[in-house]
Design a protein around this ligand. Structure first.
Ligand code: SF4
Ligand code: MG
Length: 322
């Protein structure tokens, strides 16, 4: 449960009346052990910010991140923090940018093992790296190569091996397949599913693509301009989206049986987050907006297990799939 404001943007705006941009505003959710929760939304909705806050890369301006019952901000001791950090790892969208091009793959994958002091002996580390390469569908012989010798999908496999090398329990995956071809995306998603089963991993999966996450998630949260507007079990959210924005995302998913083309494009642009709309931030794009929507911000409410933040849903005037 936290807010995040972006101080560097405030610096850009120096000289103007002080303005705090809330990149993430009162986002609150729990991820259960062994499950996959996905956060979905268009770029700029704050989903990557959420991932970075959980990793400790941005401090929240209010609220807290709890891992296994411990508020991460209360850990001041370096060794305790290091021990905690071993337990969660991040996988990024662009595996080329996140892999040091001057390091051999073996060194890249071994780095978390060394920094967390998990194995001391060089031969043991080498054996472990070989085992990790096999687990992600590569060969132990690949450890002497450099990242540029691999395809995009293979590089993402290397990132996954590196993330797994510290025996984490929780993986935060920020658009891990977005830079890849569709067929390679499916292979990486299947690999991630297999690894989850084999190691009892918990995933937070960040994506702009509702179709991609539907195959891997137990639950999905939809974000719009820094807030979660709907969160539900994947099947429920997919078959019976309540929030007009979720409905818009869902109807934009290409219908493979029909034509391979999107049925309905997502209409309108995401507003400037520096000047978010009043009331429901989605109201300028919403076909169901009324006067109340323009002034009153809707809160998440429970509709038989689906949480949705929408006055129209509350008032029973949003058509819902049967
Ligand atoms: Fe649309 Fe109003 Fe619901 Fe916002 S609160 S999504 S504007 S109906
Ligand atoms: Mg992003």
């Amino acid at each position: 449960d936290f807010d995040v404001s972006r101080p560097w943007l405030n610096r850009v705006l120096e000289g103007q009346p002080r303005l705090i941009l809330k990149a993430v505003d009162g986002v609150s959710f729990t991820i259960n052990r062994g499950e996959t929760l996905s956060l979905v939304g268009e770029s700029g909705c704050g989903k990557s910010t959420v991932a970075r806050v959980i990793c400790g890369l941005y401090p929240p301006s209010r609220g807290s991140v709890n891992f296994d019952g411990v508020d991460l901000a209360t850990i001041t001791d370096r060794n305790t923090m290091l021990a905690m950090r071993r337990r969660f790892q991040m996988i990024f969208q662009d595996p080329f940018a996140s892999l040091n091009p001057r390091w051999r793959v073996g060194r890249i994958i071994a780095e978390p093992i060394r920094s967390h002091d998990l194995l001391k002996d060089d031969d043991a580390i080498k054996a472990r790296v070989g085992e990790l390469l096999l687990q992600v569908g590569l060969s132990p012989l690949d450890m002497t190569k450099y990242p540029h010798e691999f395809s995009g999908g293979q590089r993402q496999r290397i990132s996954i091996a590196r993330a797994l090398s510290s025996n984490p329990e929780f993986l935060i995956c920020d658009e891990p397949t977005s830079a890849l071809d569709v067929s390679v995306q499916a292979q990486i998603l299947n690999l991630m599913k297999d690894l989850q089963r084999a190691h009892g991993l918990t995933y937070l999966f960040i994506s702009h693509n509702l179709a991609v996450v539907s195959h891997i998630s137990n639950r999905v949260g939809v974000m719009y301009l820094g807030r979660i507007v709907e969160i539900a079990e994947t099947k429920t959210l997919f078959n019976r989206p309540l929030h007009p924005y979720t409905q818009m995302l869902q109807s934009a998913i290409p219908d493979i049986k029909m034509s391979g083309k999107s049925r309905t494009p997502v209409a309108g642009e995401v507003p400037n987050p520096l000047n978010p709309p009043t009331g429901c931030a989605f109201h300028p794009r919403c076909p169901f907006a009324n006067e109340r929507c323009k002034v009153e911000r809707p809160e998440l409410k429970d509709y038989s297990g689906t949480l949705a933040a929408c006055h129209g849903v509350e008032e029973g005037r949003i058509p819902v799939a049967k």
